[in-house]
Design a protein around this ligand. Structure first.
Ligand code: ZN
Length: 877
């Protein structure tokens, strides 16, 4: 039999469902070896469907075993239905009927972590995007919305806690003496929002009073040993609920909101209605075991999933091409929440830096796609940085164009108009347009056009006329299936800075102002600013007002000036990054030409001024001190030369460290604190600067610094300081590296999330045989290939290990390919994500590109899951 290649599905082929399911009644009889699922689906023909058919086609999976099927309690004989390509086809049905289906599944053998599976001692589900079909036969598409009632039957001693969506309405004993619990969710929802959890769990209870005065019960469930680590998540939840009321006018709707932490999870977390399920790495937090970054992530993810209750659940997606409708919007919402909670500039810098590093790279590669893709082979591959992060940037641009109030009017209209519906990105933009009386038709090209636009800016100043003109050209490079691009509507926020760092005001559009949003909507445009008193330095794309690459030929002096004096905090960071990028590019060229590295850099002057200015937010100083990452420099490179980038970064850091040794020591010492740990903006900021200064100080080679870092490791009372010190010790390969890595493992071997940090750091550690070390870690008793977090730690660590991963002999790539092949069928989603570094092969220097390509070709010869097939075949196309 010839193997069939998986095929793509297209947005343009969308049709409404032929049937609707008004009510869904499910019974789960949970058992250690097999679980019996009985569904009663109240079906009827969809009056809106143009297809006249009485045949019902339900989605299923290879892992679902059909026991029996009945229509209105008439058991269908085998000739009245067929199972083909995992679909259950019932040849003839009435207009309206109840379909009963009995199926058997084996959650304990479910390694894909889609559908119902076991994680440690518990049962849990993951249904987005198409997991529900691995539980029972269903119309598993987001535009089929139904009222769910779920009964769970299980052994009370093993599963004292049995949860599903909505409210618990009944509980009792079955004839065999098992316990049953029935849950009812009064809100219509697609199957992807269904959830079930059963296990021996501990709970933290709390409550929240909504703006209309309703009391909502809040519960967070974990395995017993983790219940002491959910206070911060609970607090984040309550703050999110309040924020959504205040900023968006959105109130929670059910009487109960539950969150459950599970150890085995493919993604971060899931917004199931009333019953969020979280990867424990995104929920658990305690000062001793959790770093500041992880605290912030917990807060952001709790908020994100909570916000989905409106942007995603009450108003959901018509089809999966519209994924960014809920994800882009919800990321924008969680980013705004974090910005309001901490420092908005710091948050913006972090988000932008992530976008420019990872999303830009994705958009420049073979998987590049618009935020609303036109086609896909496997939807799981489209939970991407483009859908999420660029999607959020597109919503942010609408916010910039409409202003705070206009945006709120638009979101109010959107929620009111579409409550209870499954809609499209067009509906979202339409609500924004209608509420504000604006035309966003050109703007909508952002939804269908892929690639990162490039803006090229030139300027001139006329001293006589006191006018300043900016000429802006836009160009979006070709991407797969999109050779030519149309001009986009791009909001570019601009200010002008005078010679002594004062904000220069100007007249634009007949008004005097000192900042303006330019509407770039043509291939080339010139904007004239009048009454500009002196020759300005342009501060362009303030706050990163659009997700574009910007070219303006700044001199080093101009960058130094903006870095210390731009009234816009975000652009001070931007200028420092640009300066550091320029310096690194010089060093990279020197390395590649076999020339001597320069020993001087203007960055020292910039850093010196920065370190001396005590009025600055320490978190901002830390961000500015952070050199452009290996990954970001790779994204910018024509041909990626990992060794050259690494050498250049180390060298540049060394120069700054030696030149400013005294300053770094001072900043390190003056930011130390002996207050009790708090995940507050203020403390986090100080710790980030302290630890940034520490790593420079150690990089200077000072013995005093080496002693200080070891002391910090030993004395730390929180994971942020302990791990920052350990990372330094390992990175600079201090004499204590082995000893402290071992001590760290011994201290924390009972804390899975800390062990994951140890795995990552150990895998990233550069030494003669880095790959052998990674292989050993995968044999270590604490490793478990079934657990995605552990796998991500080790493989992620390897990815950072330049010498081991990018070894010229190709052994690093071959090892990664081996893991992909191993996981291909076991867990296709994870396998597919592991492919990412290899998809960049065309960007690498030729020697490495060849090796990567060879590995992709080797993977392609396997019998591939749809997930891996799509990524590998597109990468080789
Ligand atoms: Zn989401």
């Amino acid at each position: 039999m010839a193997e069939q290649k998986p095929s793509a599905i297209y947005l343009k082929d969308y049709t409404v469902p032929n049937f609707l399911i008004d009510k869904t009644e499910l019974t789960f009889d949970l058992d250690e070896t097999q679980t019996i699922v009985t569904s009663r689906l109240h079906l009827r023909r969809n009056p809106e469907s143009k297809v006249q058919t009485s045949a019902l086609v339900l989605d299923g999976g290879e892992d679902v075993k059909l026991i029996g099927v009945a229509i209105d309690d008439y058991a269908l004989p085998e000739q009245e239905y067929t199972i083909k390509d995992d679909k259950l086809i019932i040849t003839a049905t009435p207009n309206e009927f109840v379909l009963t289906c009995e199926t058997m599944i084996e959650p304990q053998n479910n390694t894909k972590l889609e559908g119902l599976y076991r994680s440690s001692s518990m049962f849990c589900t993951q249904c987005e995007a198409e997991g529900f079909r691995h539980i029972t036969y269903y119309l598993d598409r987001p535009d089929v919305m139904s009222i769910f009632t779920t009964t769970i039957i299980g052994d009370e001693t093993r599963y004292p806690v049995m949860l599903s969506n909505g409210n618990e309405i009944e509980r009792g004993k079955t004839e065999e003496g098992k316990t049953f619990v029935t849950w009812h969710d009064p809100f219509k929802k697609p199957a992807y929002l269904f959830a079930l959890v059963a296990g021996d769990l501990e709970v933290l209870n709390d409550s929240f009073t909504t703006m209309s005065g309703r009391d909502v019960k809040l519960q967070i469930f974990t395995e017993k040993h983790n219940i002491d680590k959910v206070d911060f998540a609970m607090d984040s939840l309550k703050r999110s609920m309040k924020w959504d009321e205040e900023v968006y006018g959105r109130e929670y709707d059910l009487d109960i909101f539950m969150i459950v932490a599970v150890d085995d999870f493919n993604m971060g977390a899931m917004e199931n209605k009333g019953l969020n399920i979280f990867n424990s790495s995104c929920l658990l937090a305690s000062p001793e075991t959790t770093t500041d970054d992880a605290y912030l992530r917990v807060e952001a993810v709790v908020a994100h999933e909570y916000f989905h209750n409106w942007s995603g659940n009450r108003v959901t997606c018509r089809d999966w091409f519209q994924l960014s409708l809920k994800e882009g919007f919800t990321v924008f919402r969680d980013q705004s929440f974090s910005a309001d909670t901490h420092s908005d500039v710091v948050k913006r810098v972090e988000d932008v830096s992530f976008l420019k590093t990872a999303q830009f790279a994705e958009d420049a590669g073979p998987m590049s796609h618009p935020i609303r893709p036109a086609s896909f082979i496997e939807i799981s591959n489209f939970y991407t940085l483009t859908i999420y992060e660029k999607g959020s940037e597109v919503v942010r641009m609408i916010h910039t164009l409409l202003g705070e109030e206009g945006f709120r009017k638009g979101s109010d209209l959107y929620f009111e108009r579409h409550d209870g519906q499954a809609v499209t990105c067009d509906d979202f933009v339409k609500a924004m347009e209608d509420a504000n009386g604006v035309d966003l038709s050109q703007f909508k090209r952002w939804y269908s056009q892929a690639g990162t636009p490039r803006l090229t800016v030139t300027d001139s100043y006329d001293e006589q006329a006191q006018t300043y003109s900016l000429t802006i050209q836009q160009m979006t490079p070709p991407t797969p299936n999109q050779p030519t691009k149309l001009a986009l509507h791009i909001p570019v926020k601009v200010g002008l800075v005078g010679q002594s760092n004062e904000a220069l005001s100007f007249t634009f559009d007949g008004q005097t102002q000192d900042e303006v949003v330019l509407h770039v909507n043509d291939v080339e445009q010139t904007f004239v600013f009048e009454n500009v008193m002196s020759k300005p330095v342009p501060s362009l794309l303030r706050g990163f007002s659009a997700p574009v690459k910007l070219d303006y030929d700044y001199s080093t002096e101009q960058l130094l000036q903006l870095m210390s004096g731009d009234p816009d905090g975000f652009n001070r960071w931007s200028a420092s990054q640009q300066l550091a990028v320029n310096e690194l590019n010089k060093l990279i060229a020197q390395y590649q030409n076999g020339a001597q590295f320069s020993e001087e850099t203007p960055l020292v002057e910039g850093f010196k001024a920065l370190l001396a200015d005590e009025s600055l937010d320490p978190a901002m100083v830390a961000l500015i001190l952070g050199l452009p990452s290996q990954a970001y420099m790779s994204e910018l490179a024509d041909k990626i030369d990992p060794q050259a980038i690494k050498a250049a970064r180390e060298h540049l850091r060394g120069i700054a460290a030696k030149a400013l040794e005294v300053e770094f020591k001072h900043v390190y010492e003056s930011n130390a604190s002996n207050e009790a740990y708090q995940a507050s903006a203020e403390q986090i900021a100080k710790r980030s600067l302290k630890n940034a200064a520490l790593s420079y100080w150690v990089a200077s080679g000072s013995d005093e610094a080496k002693a200080a870092v070891v002391r910090q490791y030993r004395n730390a009372d929180n994971m942020t300081d302990q791990f920052a010190a350990l990372s330094c010790v390992v990175h600079f390969n201090l004499a204590e590296a082995d000893e402290l890595l071992n001590a760290f493992f011994e201290q924390w071997k009972h804390e899975a999330l800390v062990v994951n940090k140890w795995l990552m750091l150990s895998a990233a550690r550069e030494h003669e045989n880095g790959l052998a070390q990674v292989k050993a870690l995968m044999e270590h008793p604490s490793f478990d290939i079934k657990n995605p977090n552990k796998l991500r730690s080790v493989i992620g660590g390897l990815g950072q290990n330049v010498d081991a991963f990018h070894n010229l002999d190709g052994s690093g790539y071959a090892f990664l390919a081996d893991q992909i092949i191993l996981l291909n069928k076991r867990n296709p989603q994870i396998a597919s994500r592991l492919c990412t570094p290899l998809t960049r092969w065309q960007r690498m220097v030729p020697a490495l590109a060849e090796k990567m390509k060879g590995e992709l070709e080797r993977i392609a010869r396997e019998d591939l899951s749809k997930d891996v097939y799509e990524v590998v075949s597109k990468s080789l196309a």
